[in-house]
Design a protein around this ligand. Structure first.
Ligand SMILES: *[C@@H]1O[C@H](CO)[C@@H](O)[C@H](O)[C@H]1NC(C)=O
Ligand SMILES: *[C@@H]1O[C@H](CO)[C@@H](O)[C@H](O)[C@H]1NC(C)=O
Length: 345
């Protein structure tokens, strides 16, 4: 017992994160397949970055779908790292696979640049002199190494899909790839001018990640245009389900199954239902009470909100406001009647 543990400790000694052994951490992350657990143990610093990235892409997913019946919150409750097991092969699943892959690329790339990871650093290829059409410039500073982020994200996330390809695995791999490349699409070249009074005769440039919101917005558009596909006869790929539509390109999100309407709770389908969701009485969109509550109606509660009011500019230089109480009506979707009745019996 004790002796053996000691030996093991020595072997993994370099992998400590704080007071906890990598093994302890990696063994306690639910939902990792074997290969991922091994990668985790070998690169605990990378896992740390992935964990932070997870919070970020879930937040982005919830932002993108805040006005929708499906609001990405199933993922909060599901504690597997990628929280994606609950979704069928729906359009929402396609989005979640893509944005989570993008989130991992983003988090790793950023961590590389910040010197937090042992295995990577700023992009080593962005060195020396180059030309961008506007003239010569020198690569300088730290270029974000997105290719490294993409490579590791691919190794790590795609490891989850079964090597014996089935339809779902093909779908996931395709959407994972869309997410990974989306991040690269929004890399920007940033430059700094040197030379006499900013004349820009000398430029130093580097490649930088954009805000993750740009990737989120892009993938959200891809969700809107996602393509329904069916498996090929020989099971090696898929083709578009409705032949009247254009073909799916490699940059389109793809899915197999139609989505549930997300009106009622159906855990197996990844639906929490919309009972209790806040809706907007005047909106005609997906956040409107009519659509959000699926015609079940809504409850209205009046709450007092404190807002800043009667603000005055005070010389110099401050703004002073009073706290005012204001009554605001909050509308929330009613629960389905049948379920209520079932609960009581
Ligand atoms: C999303 O919806 C669920 C239930 O439908 C609700 O409990 C949750 O608060 C919502 N999350 C957000 C971020 O609006
Ligand atoms: C409700 O919807 C209307 C119309 O789309 C919009 O102008 C308003 O700002 C929304 N209210 C809230 C609280 O989001």
């Amino acid at each position: 017992g004790k002796k053996k543990r000691k030996k093991e400790k020595k072997k993994t000694g370099v992998m400590y994160i704080g007071a906890l052994g990598a093994r302890v951490i990696c063994d306690n992350i639910p939902g990792l397949v074997n290969k991922q657990r091994q990668l985790c143990q070998r690169h605990p610093d990378i896992m740390q970055a992935i964990g932070e990235g997870t919070k970020e892409w879930i937040r982005e997913c919830q932002h993108q779908f805040r006005h929708h019946r499906w609001n990405c919150s199933t993922l909060d409750r599901d504690h597997t790292v990628f929280g994606r097991v609950l979704l069928r092969s729906s359009r929402e699943a396609a989005f979640v696979y893509a944005i989570s892959s993008a989130g991992v690329v983003y988090a790793l790339t950023r961590a590389c640049s910040q010197g937090e990871l042992k295995l990577c650093n700023c992009d080593p290829l962005r060195r020396g002199r180059a030309n961008d059409g506007k003239g010569d410039f020198d690569w300088g500073g730290c270029s974000d190494n997105v290719n490294y982020g993409i490579k590791f994200a691919k190794t790590f996330i795609d490891a989850k899909e079964r090597p014996i390809r089935d339809g779902r695995a093909l779908m996931n791999l395709h959407n994972n790839r869309c997410g990974r490349t989306a991040v690269k699409r929004f890399m920007n070249m940033e430059c700094k001018c040197h030379g006499v009074s900013g004349s820009c005769t000398l430029r130093t440039c580097w490649m930088a990640l954009s805000d993750f919101r740009k990737t989120g917005d892009y993938l959200r558009r891809k969700y809107n245009g996602a393509v329904e596909v069916i498996m090929n006869q020989d099971g090696t790929g898929f083709t578009v389900a409705n032949k009247a539509f254009r073909k799916a390109t490699k940059n389109d999100l793809v899915y197999f199954e139609n989505s549930p309407d997300y009106c009622l709770q159906d855990k197996a389908a990844g639906s929490l239902g919309t009972a209790g969701r806040v809706c907007n009485k005047t909106s005609r969109g997906t956040d409107g009470c009519e659509v959000m509550c699926c015609g079940r109606g809504y409850d209205t509660t009046r709450v007092m909100q404190i807002t800043k009011c009667e603000c005055k500019f005070k010389w110099c230089c401050a703004v002073e406001c009073k706290d005012c109480e204001e009554a605001v009506d909050i509308h929330t979707c009613k629960a389905p009647k049948r379920a209520e009745w079932l609960d009581k019996t």
